[in-house]
Design a protein around this ligand. Sequence first.
Ligand code: GLN
Length: 242
Amino acid sequence: MTEGPLEIVNVYQSLLGIYGDQGNAKVLLKRAQWRGIDAKLTSVEPGDPLPETGDIFLLGGGEDGAQTSAVRALQADGGLHRAVDRGSVVFAVCAGYQIMGHSFGVGADDEPRQGLGLLDVTTTRGAKRAVGEVLHRWTAPGAPTGDDAWLTGFENHGGYTRLGPDATPLARREIGIGNADDGTEGAVQGTVIGTYPHGPILPRNPALADWLLELAVGHELDPLTSAEHQELRRHRLAAVRG
Ligand code: GLN
């Protein structure tokens, strides 16, 4: 973690904000503050430099055109690579996840666009668009046991993602499409995490939020229990299992 407050950075909401994924930042901020951790939220837009003091960078979902603009701005900035080099956490959802990889395809012709190469994954158009509620079993190192390892959310993507040897799947697909071909969902490589579900995903899955905070602060955190959150999870799990 850098000097000063834990800094959570929402990246390019004007481009990667259509699915409400900015809620992930609010969850991280509150769960840090509830534990007495000094934390702050920063938002950056294309043209603003990414803060060198950022501890957790968050990217959300977006349409193909916006996604292409976002990756170009991130390439020009270069700050995300520096952040990963100094050990900051990147949590990227859907379009954000695809951007982290080597390349992704856009449009009906699957025209390839270069990604940032921070995750050993490649995305091309799939046979059918993945749309709907999902259920995944979190399997990557750091996964909790029991019901906390069930991840719920909803997916809406045309790209299918294949992992190379340097990336580990975040989860095993139970319901939905996920990465697609191999029954996995998401990818983890060091402190870079990519995943498909919106919801946003972190309010629905607080254990995942806490794991990101732990990666950022470098130690375990005391558990936070909330009857309200347990109830929300019960509802979500029941709804997706039908
Ligand atoms: N444009 C990408 C796709 O369709 C990502 C969509 C999203 O972020 N939900 O695969």
